[in-house]
Design a protein around this ligand. Structure first.
Ligand SMILES: [Zn+2]
Length: 279
């Protein structure tokens, strides 16, 4: 069934955008800190964050990565603070990654689109958790070429749990989606390894596609795989032509999977479902 987009007045839109940008700010924290926390757990102390004896999502306070100065309250305001300081730390003048405002803007727009399409209901809450997790995973993989189990595995279980009541898709479709999602990329991985004798992707990619299958059902897998593979290939070709990517470089597949799943999620309930099943 195609949901009827709900009417949101300008106040509702403003509040949703502010809340969305604040969630984006939290995602930025996870994107930067989770890989550091995992490195520290593996006793890899090459990280610049060795200075702190405790390092988790709450401790230490938000700081400049280069000079370690604690950020002021005004510097914590999403998007605007980055624009106000023109992307440079006030103290050490180091560049602050444009990833910070980008994630905040993307999260705000994604949150607004999802609430607009799916309305204010419990299902929307679940879909928001799924989409925010995909955004965080996309950027972590982009920056570290690694998809942490700490996000992919809970995402898989929560997806199956959400669909116990058939919230987004039926439970059989979710279970088959999880198995086929993992199995398909696992098969590609081994075929590639046997034929080309190198690893084409990582286990994190299998788990991510399994989670996508668990949330959206097996019907969404063909289009997610097609979209992600095509966009990754296009990205690689353009990079090779422009010289920003060299032969033999590896590019992370997670961001392409995550963004294709988001397109599928938004398109799924507004007509793509028929397209996927007929096509
Ligand atoms: Zn600084």
């Amino acid at each position: 069934m195609i949901p009827q987009p709900i009417f949101l007045n300008e106040w509702a839109v403003t509040i949703i955008l502010i809340l969305g940008a604040s969630v984006g700010s939290f995602l930025n924290l996870v994107i930067y800190r989770l890989p550091v926390i995992l490195r520290r757990q593996n006793h890899d102390m090459t990280s610049p964050d060795i200075k702190w004896s405790r390092f988790n999502l709450a401790i230490p306070r938000s700081h400049c990565i280069a000079c370690k100065r604690n950020l002021t309250f005004l510097e914590l305001i999403p998007i605007l603070s980055w624009l106000a300081i023109k992307g440079k730390c006030k103290s050490c003048q180091c560049k602050i990654s444009p990833r910070y405002p980008l994630v905040e803007i993307l999260t705000a727009l994604l949150t607004l689109s999802i609430i607009y399409i799916f309305g204010i209901q419990l299902k929307t809450g679940a879909i928001l958790i799924f989409s925010w997790s995909l955004l965080a995973l996309a950027f972590i993989d982009w920056e570290t070429k690694f998809l942490p189990d700490q996000i992919t595995l809970p995402l898989l279980w929560i997806g199956l749990l959400t669909n116990v009541a058939g919230t987004i898709t039926s439970l059989p479709s979710a279970v088959i989606g999880a198995i086929l999602g993992y199995g398909f990329l696992w098969l590609i991985y081994w075929l590639y390894k046997i034929i080309v004798k190198t690893e084409g992707m990582g286990y994190g990619d299998f788990k991510l596609l399994a989670a996508i299958g668990a949330w959206l059902g097996w019907q969404a897998l063909p289009i997610t795989i097609l979209l992600s593979a095509t966009s990754a290939l296009l990205f690689a070709i353009i990079g090779l032509i422009r010289g920003t990517i060299n032969r033999g470089d590896s590019i992370p597949y997670g961001p392409f999977l995550a963004f294709s799943a988001l397109i599928c999620l938004v398109g799924y309930d507004i007509g793509l479902k028929e397209l996927i099943l007929i096509g």
